[in-house]
Design a protein around this ligand. Structure first.
Ligand code: ZN
Length: 201
């Protein structure tokens, strides 16, 4: 699995995390929700239904999201011991799912965004992500033609604006890198999903 360099010093403290690729195998018992491209943040301790971000402050719980082109994002507050896994496609990004997850994490633990670390995993890059005028408009771009959207970059900006400054972003594009990643845009219904997970031992 792909490891975020800014989480590396937390492994000896018991943090488990990673962004999967085609070849990853995953531990049993990862807590997931049914993803619906929303801005709904769920607590992994509650019965899970639909949602696109999972928050946990319990040791022994791994939370995960599945993606193929959408942006997987992991949050950790090392002092408060809380983590979050987030699935941000264009709909979730337009609805601000990451700032919402930051808000939930901070209000639950009475902590500050400045204490959080964020990692943005492999997703479809600006090189390959073409959207039509309707989607572009959701991001404040008025156009009659198709445009390229930088979904990982927009999420990074949203995280920064939410007050988190410790951010790592993968530069790998899931659409470009055929031999390593699943891509929904490239493989359509045949595309598998990659799991991104985080939690404390
Ligand atoms: Zn690309």
């Amino acid at each position: 699995m792909i490891q975020a360099p800014n989480f590396a010093d937390l492994a000896p403290l018991g943090l488990v995390h990673g962004f999967g690729d085609r070849f990853s195998t995953y531990p049993d018992g990862i807590t997931t929700a049914r993803q619906i491209h929303s801005a709904i943040v769920q607590d992994a301790a509650c019965p899970l239904g639909e949602g696109d971000a999972l928050v946990s402050n319990r040791p022994g719980v791994l939370v995960g999201v599945r993606t193929a082109d959408c942006v997987p994002i992991l949050l950790v507050d090392p002092a408060a011991g809380i983590v979050a896994a987030i699935h941000a496609g264009w709909r979730g990004t337009a609805q601000g799912i990451v700032p919402e997850a930051v808000r939930v994490v901070c209000s639950r633990e009475h902590t500050d965004p400045r204490h959080l670390r964020a990692a943005i995993g492999p997703a479809i890059g600006v090189c390959c992500y073409e959207v039509g005028p309707e989607v572009a408009r959701r991001f404040g771009i008025e156009t009659a033609a198709a445009v390229h959207l930088d979904l990982p970059g927009i999420n990074e900006m949203q995280i920064r604006n939410a007050g988190v400054s410790d951010i790592w972003k993968s530069e790998e594009c899931t659409f470009c890198t055929v031999d390593r990643f699943y891509s929904f845009r490239r493989e359509r219904e045949a595309a598998g999903r990659m799991m991104s997970l985080v939690g404390w031992r």
